[in-house]
Design a protein around this ligand. Structure first.
Ligand SMILES: Cc1cc2nc3c(=O)[nH]c(=O)nc-3n(C[C@H](O)[C@H](O)[C@H](O)COP(=O)(O)O)c2cc1C
Length: 193
């Protein structure tokens, strides 16, 4: 298949935890809210930005996708990833971004964490959701990254696809989320300004 697209950004003001560290930001996004959060983080910490893609994408139809995800979660099914990360071992800090799906970590992220060994790395979760929160997703990351240092994650309200509200990361919401991300990255020691 075609190679995975990786966007590169230079870091601006690395905090102590990021000095001499290589950053990877991997995210899953259907309606681009988590993607927008990933891009804000990328601007602030630099590194490589990668969108997680599947061999067989989920359907366009919302409820069909909800039902498929529920079935996959029930069976522990791990969908096959199209995305391949070149030499995961070279990264020290791995951001993991995803929407809440069925109050869980989405199956593609379970696939990612099953496929790539993040032992010894710093793992940083981030999330968007329809207002019902992160569910069990951050806990699942801790379980699947038992040998990583999992930092405090970031979560914000994104779209509500069920109600036809898709992308919301613009105007005042975008400005607000930029500020929240700035404060969060500072709090966990990844940026200094
Ligand atoms: C299959 C599916 C299941 C979802 N389940 C939940 C949920 O359990 N709780 C919640 O708050 N939002 C849920 N949502 C809404 C998304 O988490 C929310 O719209 C998010 O911002 C989407 O991120 P994205 O734009 O990066 O795809 C679900 C969305 C989809 C498509």
């Amino acid at each position: 298949g075609e190679p995975t697209k990786v966007k590169e950004e230079l870091p601006i003001d690395k905090g102590d935890l990021l000095k001499d560290k290589k950053v990877l930001i991997v995210y899953l996004s259907r309606t681009k809210n988590t993607k927008a959060v990933a891009e804000i983080i990328h601007k602030k910490v630099g590194g490589s930005l990668v969108a997680l893609e599947l061999v067989t994408p989920y359907p366009e139809h919302y409820q069909t996708t909800v039902d498929q995800v529920a079935a996959e979660n029930a069976k522990g099914y791990l969908p096959q990833l199209k995305t391949r990360i070149d030499s995961i071992e070279k990264y020290d800090v791995v951001f993991i971004g995803f929407p809440t799906w069925g109050m869980q970590l989405p199956p593609p992220m379970k696939s990612f964490l099953n496929k790539y060994d993040l032992s010894g790395k710093i793992v940083v979760p981030f999330n968007t959701n329809a207002g019902y929160g992160i569910g069990s997703s951050f806990e699942t990351i801790k379980e699947l990254c038992a040998n990583s240092k999992v930092l405090e994650g970031f979560s914000t309200k994104g779209g509500v696809e069920r109600d036809g509200i898709l992308f919301v990361m613009e105007n005042e919401k975008e400005t607000q989320v930029q500020l929240e991300i700035q404060n969060w990255l500072k709090k966990i020691g990844l940026i200094s300004l």
